[in-house]
Design a protein around this ligand. Structure first.
Ligand SMILES: Nc1ncnc2c1ncn2[C@@H]1O[C@H](COP(=O)(O)OP(=O)(O)OP(=O)(O)O)[C@@H](O)[C@H]1O
Ligand SMILES: O=P(O)(O)OC[C@H]1O[C@](O)(CO)[C@@H](O)[C@@H]1O
Length: 324
């Protein structure tokens, strides 16, 4: 589609919220206004597309909330959009409101949704990676990941104080549905004795070896990703099997990691990617995600984005050196 045909862009946030989404919405509105393009926001992710729940967006309003976590548009996991019937209703909404391009801010599930939608809807779709899990191919960092890791380390530092005072073994579970990124980053930064992630199968053996003879004047800290196949409880019972003397506690950090004001990095990322998304649409691009790779803007087709993510080799090496 050529540049001058785009008059009205729809935007929505989808999947888990992540700090920085509001900054991206502000940037999208600002950039669209500068190009004379109208912007509407669909509320509650794909649910808003299906129900025609949309609101006009204005940059002077969004400017006030760029520093806030969460998403002003709200978000959802939509069962209805998984069905063709739901996607057909969403198509009707777009037609009825003369939307001629869509920007989605979400995780890999959201982009799988756009791929499915593109089979029945021909308008340009552009994605912005927004998930604390950082499990998206085509972006060094997703919106919200840096803030989530900062929240995790702030809290694990506190746990360490009490763990060291009691010489306790602590298992701290951090978020990451299928991804160990938050665990690796936070685990390295707090000096964890062991880091367990879903992408690595053998790490548990090293942990048991280490903890078997643990009887020290110190804490023993395990950071485990919620996506790890064993999980905190099973890890705990295995540790007690090999060393019944340990004084052990489990803390699950949970959704606290998704909230809070975005870090400087996430605010900047939101602004850069918001502007880049509008530019991409104006340049006639479609069905691709904007992301920052090596500090440069990149467009990656959705087909690539949704492929299984990989933890890169350098991170594995750090994990070997520090976490085992
Ligand atoms: N294969 C698919 N076909 C159609 N829609 C899909 C598909 N996969 C996911 N979706 C839609 O995308 C929504 C968001 O996906 P999901 O819940 O996996 O979150 P996400 O975007 O991966 O974000 P997060 O990483 O924060 O969980 C789903 O609730 C669903 O409505
Ligand atoms: O908010 P919900 O639906 O419980 O989802 C939790 C999942 O979302 C994420 O926080 C990503 O947004 C994952 O780390 C976690 O597994």
């Amino acid at each position: 589609m050529s540049t001058n045909k785009i008059k009205h862009i729809g935007v929505f946030t989808s999947g888990g919220d992540s700090p920085g989404m509001n900054a991206a919405l502000y940037a999208i509105a600002k950039s669209a206004e500068a190009k004379g393009i109208k912007i509407s926001g669909f509320r509650k992710g794909y649910e808003g597309l299906i129900d025609g729940d949309l609101v006009p967006l204005a940059s002077h309003e969004l400017k006030k909330i760029t520093q806030k976590g969460g998403t002003i548009l709200k978000t959802a996991r939509s069962k209805r959009f998984l069905e063709l019937e739901g996607r057909k209703k969403a198509l009707q909404t777009l037609k009825a409101n003369n939307i001629d391009a869509l920007i989605a801010i979400g995780g890999d599930g959201t982009f799988k949704g756009l791929l499915a939608f593109s089979e029945i809807c021909g308008i340009p779709f552009i994605g912005i990676p927004g998930t604390i899990d950082n499990d998206i191919f085509g972006a060094d960092y997703t919106l919200g990941f840096d803030s989530a890791v900062n929240t995790a380390i702030e809290n694990i530092d506190k746990i360490k104080d009490t763990a060291e005072s009691h010489n306790r073994v602590f298992i701290v579970e951090v978020m990451g549905r299928d991804s160990g990124y938050i665990a690796i980053h936070s685990g390295l930064m707090v000096g964890a004795d062991s880091i367990l992630i879903p992408e690595s199968g053998k790490d548990f053996i090293y942990l048991l070896d280490k903890v078997k003879n643990y009887d020290s004047e110190d804490a023993f800290l395990v950071v485990v990703s919620e996506g790890d196949e064993l999980g905190a409880e099973l890890v705990s019972s295995k540790i007690k099997e090999v060393n019944p003397n340990v004084d052990l506690r489990i803390t699950k950090l949970g959704h606290v990691q998704r909230g809070g004001n975005p870090s400087a990095l996430d605010r900047m990322l939101g602004i850069r990617l918001g502007v880049a998304a509008v530019n991409a649409i104006s340049q006639g691009k479609k069905n691709a995600m904007v992301g920052i790779l090596n500090n440069q803007l990149h467009l990656t087709p959705f087909e690539e984005v949704v492929k299984q993510h990989q933890v890169d080799n350098e991170l594995y090496e750090l994990l070997e050196l520090f976490g085992k």
